[in-house]
Design a protein around this ligand. Sequence first.
Ligand SMILES: NC(=O)c1ccc[n+]([C@@H]2O[C@H](COP(=O)([O-])OP(=O)(O)OC[C@H]3O[C@@H](n4cnc5c(N)ncnc54)[C@H](OP(=O)(O)O)[C@@H]3O)[C@@H](O)[C@H]2O)c1
Length: 308
Amino acid sequence: MKYYNIVNGPMNVSAIIQGCMRMPSLSKEDAAAVIRTAFDCGINFFDHATCYGYGEAETRFAEAFPLTGLRRQDIYIQSKCGICPERREFDWTKEYILSAVDGILQRLNTDYLDMLLLHRPDLLFDPAEVADAFQMLKITGKVRWFGVSNLMPMQIELLKKYAKVPLIFNQVQLSLEQSQLIDQAFYMNNKTTDMSISRDGSLLDYCRLNDITVQAWSPLQVGMFGGTFIDNPDFADLNTVLGKIAEREGVTKAAVALAWILRHPAKMQTVIGTMNPRHIQEACEAARVTLSHHDWYALYLASGKFLP
Ligand SMILES: NC(=O)c1ccc[n+]([C@@H]2O[C@H](COP(=O)([O-])OP(=O)(O)OC[C@H]3O[C@@H](n4cnc5c(N)ncnc54)[C@H](OP(=O)(O)O)[C@@H]3O)[C@@H](O)[C@H]2O)c1
């Protein structure tokens, strides 16, 4: 496994994060196997959100954790709040954030959360209110570090103007298939393709300039919920190149797709979602693969993109 020391944040966090969005469908024994397998493969960072199974992911994790033989301090637990599916709105009010964290701690059966991310932007947010909520959570020891998810640079700047705690993570979608985070930089000022449209305000460069670690979610998905591109006949060229590199490196195609994200010099983490212990083990092999400069471009092009 690769580990990073986060500026103004935690030390030795694993480059691969185990996402728990799909955990609600598991028994507590199977959930324990997921947590233990991930940990044994070097993953020390687990990602949750209040909306995953309407809190059920956090509950199942807490039920399973005692079966793993791990101690709370062995791992980093991150959760996110702000998406309220039952109300069909996003909420970043102080009152909501504080009560959401109490709910998270209760469901996870823990005294503290290592990281809290605000999940998706509430366009009615008042940055001073968010800053107050973060400050209270920090002072009371309920949350150690803070960040955001799916946020644009200027929204982060607005938060930073008021926040008294550093914002150190931004969790956004990135995969070989959903590569918008990097596409636009290739095509800037190009009228012939939609690839030149800035969809995120140069978010990746902004995060690098501001010591914000990007956490790439859904690294193997097509779209948001389209299934994986691994062994998917709709992505034949990509699978051919993934397969060749996988064979050369003695790993799976999924590991190569993750290694493509880890190869980027931004030192991004990536959040995997499989609940299959064998797939977790295979995914973690990504950390021992260092793709060449040429491999990285070959994979990008095989995913259906082109260079100007
Ligand atoms: N911040 C946000 O807005 C946001 C949004 C979505 C997700 N997330 C986070 O990102 C995490 C990952 O999301 P995700 O589950 O969509 O990501 P993912 O890891 O890209 O996709 C998981 C899917 O890939 C399949 N897969 C994994 N390894 C495979 C392999 N070797 N061969 C074939 N298929 C394989 C899995 O199937 P199997 O189960 O069969 O292995 C599963 O269907 C979530 O748990 C959550 O923590 C964050």
